[in-house]
Design a protein around this ligand. Structure first.
Ligand SMILES: Cc1cc2nc3c(=O)[nH]c(=O)nc-3n(C[C@H](O)[C@H](O)[C@H](O)COP(=O)(O)O)c2cc1C
Length: 400
């Protein structure tokens, strides 16, 4: 279990730190909260104590177990120090050697990763003194989470908001993930394609894009350089990933081909439409002009994987997905050979619990030399991790 020290200082956004603790705990981290004295005027230590299930340290002389020199003990035991929110005052102290609170003190004893998330009014954030302090801390390899812009607690607009607890937790998770795919260039496709027959109507499928998104996020956390080429989805755009939004199968083919030469791993998880309307009409086809039926002739779309496989280079790893109504292993193995794949991920789309619009999936991973891993129903996030770890174990680990 990875362990996070969360430092909370006196900003109006301190209440958001309670949610940060909750989300970290939900993801399986041990969390211990350290607060400045002034932070307790915004949120009670009791709240953090209940949510973290750990005693909170505010006063270094009263709350800390000094028989064990606790600032050193905790600095050695914990894996990451996150300070969120970080006040202007605390950032100033940390940049010039002041250690007048337990939280400030531990900063100097901590030798692993420190992540600071400032939150304050824009004038305070942009103040040359604060900027100079941040620049100095960055220069000694302290990492910062850039504040968001928007409406601030004081009623003004601008930069200075504490980012969402979800985002801060993602940054912690990325930091604490082993970099098993460090520097690998990975191209991932995800989501549905839209095949238009006029400017307002199209054929598509119910793919949510979650598998592609989670693959991209996990691969980024594993240290890879990731590009996600995705059809339109309702999902957030992942940070730290080159994101390319496309509409049709032919757009996707163009974008994949542009990048294929330079990548190490290709994962095609998009639900690419097999067919598109033969004719596309500009504007909107008028309903009044159609009697009872409207003939839509379909033509086959390019098979992107088959196309790019023709120019597959030595050492590149290609992964395909096969969405089937029944889990037909023979059909999947045939596809694996035909498209020169290294791995195929077979998933069932007829199951109510898994497939297209669900948060879960159950897959069979088959490698070209017939190593097979069958999963039970898992979240799509867990499935993404399994696929990437399979690739690591099978190929990347051996070359390192
Ligand atoms: C209502 C209110 C809101 C405040 N919000 C912030 C803030 O968001 N960011 C900040 O840097 N300071 C803020 N301050 C100022 C700090 O609370 C003050 O500088 C405090 O002494 C910092 O203590 P600490 O750095 O020891 O936690 C606020 C003060 C008040 C009264």
């Amino acid at each position: 279990m990875k362990k996070v020290l969360l430092g909370v200082s006196a900003s109006i956004s301190a209440y958001k730190a309670v949610e940060i603790v909750r989300l970290l705990k939900k993801r399986g981290y041990k969390v211990k909260v350290l607060m400045t004295e002034d932070a307790t005027k915004f949120v009670s230590p009791l709240t953090f104590e209940v949510v973290s299930e750990e005693a909170v340290i505010v006063d270094q002389f009263k709350d800390a177990d000094n028989k064990k020199v606790e600032h050193i003990r905790l600095a050695r035991e914990y894996d990451l120090l996150l300070i969120a929110p970080a006040s202007l005052d605390l950032i100033g102290k940390l940049s010039c050697g002041i250690a007048d609170s337990f939280l400030a003190l531990i900063f100097y004893a901590f030798e692993k990763k420190v992540l600071i998330s400032p939150a304050m009014n824009s004038s305070m954030y942009n103040h040359p003194v604060n900027q100079k302090n941040i620049e100095y801390l960055k220069s000694i390899r302290v990492d910062f989470i850039e504040p968001d812009s928007g409406s601030l607690a004081c009623g003004e607009e601008g930069i200075g908001r504490l980012p969402s607890p979800e985002y801060i937790v993602e940054r912690v998770e990325a930091e604490l993930t082993d970099k098993i795919l460090k520097d690998k260039k990975i191209l991932i496709t995800g989501g549905p394609t839209r095949e238009k027959f006029d400017d307002f109507r199209f054929l598509s499928n119910p793919s949510s894009g979650k598998t592609g998104l989670f693959l991209a996020e996990k691969a980024r956390n594993f240290g890879a350089k990731v590009t996600l080429i995705s059809g339109k989805t309702a999902l957030k755009r992942p940070w730290g990933v080159e994101y390319v939004e496309i509409e049709s199968a032919r757009d996707m083919e163009r974008e994949v081909k542009k990048r294929i030469k330079d990548i190490d791993i290709l994962i095609m998880s998009a639900a690419v439409a097999d067919f598109r309307p033969e004719i596309y009409k500009k504007g909107k086809i008028k309903k009044e002009k159609i009697k009872d039926t409207y003939d839509l002739k379909l033509v086959k779309n390019p098979d992107i994987l088959k196309e790019v496989s023709k120019a597959k280079k030595e050492g590149q790893i290609f992964v395909g997905f096969s969405a089937q109504e029944d889990l037909n292993m023979d059909e999947a193995k045939k596809k694996l050979k035909e498209k020169k794949l290294d791995l195929i991920v077979l998933n069932k789309i007829s199951d109510k619990r898994g497939g297209f619009e669900s948060d879960e999936n159950k897959v069979i991973i088959i490698s070209k030399d017939e190593d097979i891993e069958k999963t039970r129903f898992l979240s799509k996030e867990e499935i993404a991790e399994k696929i990437l770890k399979f690739i690591y174990e099978k190929w990347v680990k051996k070359e390192r």
